[in-house]
Design a protein around this ligand. Structure first.
Ligand SMILES: Nc1nc2c(ncn2[C@@H]2O[C@H](COP(=O)(O)OP(=O)(O)OP(=O)(O)O)[C@@H](O)[C@H]2O)c(=O)[nH]1
Ligand SMILES: [Mg+2]
Length: 250
């Protein structure tokens, strides 16, 4: 069994990709895929979860009975998940499949900056090899710098969650042609171009190139669409390579 955790900013496409990628894995490889929903606030899901965190956390009750606002309730919910990781472990241990796909909360800073994320990841790693796909929707911004930001965020997530991270640009079906072309390059060559400008940006870019070259997973930029399934083959092959590089050769 292998576990893939999808995380990223609100509305970056985590739930849609979890759903579409599970369908693709089942269809293309006849794989057994389980899905875990860790978003306590979600109302409607496009997939049937095999485990749903809403059975541990009643988000509506937090809002109505504890008088918390939406963000306060999300913080409380994330902390409740962190406090109940033992129960989470017991539930997830029962899953029997080739892949477990994990969909995470909309407010990703809760998963990434509070206890919840690292605790959940450490539970998942007890069950099976785990990697994180960090999604970023860059379709509303039109700069190649966004790819670098996504990769750097990927390193922060790596540091925070202590698991391999694959950075991915989501909603590729909405990308403008020019940006789509730029994103087909290596991350290093985009960063190198930035170093040719003058001043602080150039210096910063040089430093970032150095850091990305040292620590980011060396791969082409992966752009995926949950609508058209574009990029799924690349995503799968990088995920597969990362699992193998981490010593999971099953
Ligand atoms: N065109 C296009 N739209 C997408 C894609 N993926 C997601 N969307 C849309 O983007 C919006 C957010 O998608 P979700 O899958 O709910 O994103 P999320 O990251 O799970 O959102 P939160 O859990 O609320 O943070 C929805 O309107 C989706 O239909 C994609 O690949 N292409
Ligand atoms: Mg979601």
């Amino acid at each position: 069994m292998r576990i893939i955790v999808f995380t990223g900013p609100g509305a970056s496409g985590k739930t849609s990709l979890t759903s579409a990628f599970s369908r693709w894995l089942r269809r293309e490889f006849n794989m057994r895929v389980s899905i875990v929903n860790l978003d306590p606030a979600v109302e409607k899901l496009p997939y049937e979860p095999d485990f749903d965190v809403r059975c541990l956390v009643d988000f509506k009750k937090l809002l109505s009975e504890e008088g918390l606002g939406p963000n306060g309730a999300m913080i409380r919910a994330a902390d409740m998940v962190a406090d109940n990781v033992g129960e989470l472990l017991n539930n997830l241990k029962r899953l029997d499949s080739d892949y477990v796909l994990v969909d995470t909360p909309g407010l990703s800073e809760l998963f990434l900056l509070r206890d919840s994320g690292p605790k959940v990841i450490s539970v998942l790693r007890k069950i099976a090899p785990t990697i994180v796909v960090y999604l970023n929707d860059v379709t509303t911004r039109e700069s190649p710098v966004e790819a670098i930001v996504t990769y750097l965020m990927g390193l922060v997530v790596r540091l925070r969650l202590d698991a391999p991270v694959v950075p991915v640009l989501s909603k590729s079906d909405l990308l403008k042609q020019q940006l789509r072309k730029t994103f087909s390059e290596e991350i290093g060559s985009i960063a190198e171009r930035l170093t040719q400008s003058n001043g602080l940006l150039s210096e910063l870019a040089s430093e970032l190139v150095r850091i990305l070259n040292m620590y980011a997973i060396p791969t082409r930029i992966i752009t995926v669409s949950a609508v058209t399934e574009e990029g799924f083959v690349s995503l799968y092959s990088v995920i597969h390579e990362v699992f193998c590089a981490c010593g999971d050769l099953t």
